[in-house]
Design a protein around this ligand. Structure first.
Ligand code: HEC
Ligand code: HEC
Ligand code: HEC
Length: 464
């Protein structure tokens, strides 16, 4: 045998050997294991748990000089972007995985972006093979259908990251009617000038279109008012999540000195009780009379009717393929490709997780440079509630339902147009520059989020 043939043969042996080893160490989980265990094994083998938890058990070489700084940076960035611990816990207890986590893992499996190359090159066995990808994606689909059933969607759209808004929720209609009156009642405010509707006008898509809202005595708040429409689908209320339910939320503004400025719910109850007609109707439903609990319960019940089903997008998901234009359909594909649908997921296209504002680029630094606006307390986001450093600048992801009508944008209300808000999301959250053409398509798709309220397409009286 010639020397060159020997080299070729030896090379071939090495390649085959590597291929066999690769297959052996990257073996997909045993198919006889329960689905959750297979998924957990894939995430463990993939090193996902190393880089996406707060205090990972790092391998021994993590203390070597070069490896140490690289691993530290990866773990820091990885954990900042995605905390996998709740998902791992849910997998081992058979509980529900957050829809946002499902969408994030699904997206990075589809892209093949995880684990990072630097990791799987050093960790044979962590690569995501076709077999593992297949198991992971079908696990996501099964989990969705078990925990987030989507009967409204057409068969082909059952497994989309976004689900249509239902036409109605079960409510107590008598409470709704009382709640509707209270929502529009300025007696909830100290000087009788402000109601919930002052800042969340249903004729203005549930917002006031101001950067900051005008409260009692012309005082200005420090954060943009989100819409009350579809708020029932948020996992918690407020940008920083400080209210667990709509009723908890409704207890806040009446006593907030810059919003409605009442001194106590006793004061409000006293004013309402003096209204003989309203009292009579209220007592028929709430025999205990006016108090914080009954008042906020009625308002929350009314808010469950502030739904906007049947947007063009929802009709499309339900199977009417003509409901969206070609541009809007292309916009939806981009919305998923740019990972927008990982955070803006679920029925409300948001409202399901806290996310760092500026995960790919420093939003607050740029804002200070461009708009000369320094940091405010409101910018701390979730941190204000937890004092955990990771939560600083983290906000509950806002809904994108009816977003064309709810300007200005972001928690600081600093962005006037939807185009700009989209472009900035690509920069700060996704780390990509979006072309004019793509922005226009995504904008067209977000225009398709305007739904129907009381059977009519939602409008905003401030719209030109
Ligand atoms: C070596 C550390 C490392 C490993 C291992 C790793 N990641 Fe990551 N992950 C990162 C870093 C760093 C980022 C952010 C930077 C990037 O996307 O390149 C990230 C980003 C992500 C994101 C957010 C993507 C986005 O753009 O929003 C998800 C989701 C994710 N990883 C899931 C996983 C999963 C699932 C696995 C296992 C298959 C995994 N990661 C393995 C370090 C890691
Ligand atoms: C002076 C203006 C103002 C008034 C009055 C007001 N709100 Fe708000 N509302 C806001 C602002 C600003 C926020 C955001 C505050 C934050 O997140 O810290 C908010 C948040 C909310 C949210 C949370 C939405 C989300 O996505 O997190 C709901 C629901 C809501 N308000 C309903 C009500 C109800 C019900 C009332 C009456 C009891 C009311 N608001 C009165 C300005 C107002
Ligand atoms: C990592 C999670 C994440 C990703 C990915 C993401 N967003 Fe957001 N989005 C947020 C958060 C958090 C906010 C609120 C930011 C703030 O108020 O400072 C937001 C705000 C918005 C707003 C303003 C809504 C309002 O009412 O103020 C729009 C519009 C938006 N996103 C569109 C997009 C688009 C389009 C994409 C894809 C290019 C995208 N987002 C990707 C988390 C995300």
């Amino acid at each position: 045998m010639k020397n060159s043939s020997k080299i070729i043969l030896a090379g071939a042996v090495v390649v085959v050997g590597l291929a066999i080893t690769y297959r052996a160490v990257n073996k997909a989980p045993d198919p006889s294991l329960p689905a959750n265990e297979q998924m957990a094994q894939i995430l463990n083998d993939g090193g996902c748990v190393y880089c996406h938890t707060v205090n990972p058990d790092l391998p021994f070489y993590a203390s070597w000089p070069v490896a140490s700084s690289m691993i530290k940076a990866h773990v820091e960035k990885g954990y900042q972007m995605f905390d996998i611990a709740p998902m791992m816990a849910a997998l081992s207890h058979g509980e529900t995985v957050n829809e946002v986590d499902l969408a994030k893992v699904e997206r990075c499996v589809m892209e093949g972006s995880m684990p990072l190359a630097s990791y799987y090159l050093a960790h044979w066995g962590s690569s995501m093979t076709d077999a593992k990808n297949g198991i992971a994606l079908s696990w996501v689909e099964q989990h969705r259908s078990a925990f987030y059933p989507n009967p409204l969607a057409a068969e082909a759209f059952r497994n989309e990251p976004i689900r249509p808004i239902p036409d109605a929720l079960d409510v107590n209609m008598e409470k709704v009617l009382l709640g509707k009156e209270l929502y529009h009642d300025t007696r909830l405010s100290g000087d009788g000038t402000v109601s919930c509707a002052s800042c969340h006008d249903t004729r203005m898509a549930g917002v006031d279109n101001h950067q900051y809202s005008d409260g009692i005595g012309g005082q200005l708040g420090g954060i943009n008012a989100p819409t009350s429409f579809n708020a029932v689908f948020n996992f918690v209320q407020f940008w920083d999540g400080r209210a667990a339910t709509l009723a908890d939320q409704a207890a806040g503004p009446p006593l907030n000195p810059v919003e409605m400025g009442s001194s106590s719910f006793e004061e409000i109850a006293g004013k309402l009780a003096a209204d003989a007609d309203f009292s009579k109707r209220f007592l028929a439903v709430y025999p205990e009379g006016f108090n914080q609990q009954s008042i906020t319960d009625a308002i929350a019940e009314y808010e469950k009717t502030l739904l906007t089903p049947n947007s063009a997008f929802d009709r499309y998901l339900k199977g009417d393929l003509q409901a969206m234009s070609e541009e809007q359909i292309a916009g939806y594909a981009l919305f998923k490709e740019y990972k927008c649908a990982t955070c803006h997921a679920g029925v409300n296209m948001g409202g399901l997780s806290y996310e760092l504002m500026g995960q790919r680029s420093n939003y607050f630094q740029d804002r200070e440079m461009n708009v000369k606006s320094g940091l405010s307390d409101a910018d701390n986001g979730r941190w204000a509630q937890t004092q955990v450093e990771r939560d600083r600048y983290r906000f509950k992801t806002p809904t994108l339902r009816n977003v064309a009508l709810t300007w200005p944008y972001y928690h600081d209300g600093s962005v006037a147009t939807l185009e700009k808000a989209i472009e900035m999301m690509a920069t700060y959250q996704v780390g990509r520059k979006m072309s004019e053409g793509d922005i226009a398509k995504v904008k067209a798709f977000l225009d398709a989020q305007t739904g129907e309220y009381e059977g009519q397409l939602l409008t905003n009286i401030n719209q030109q």
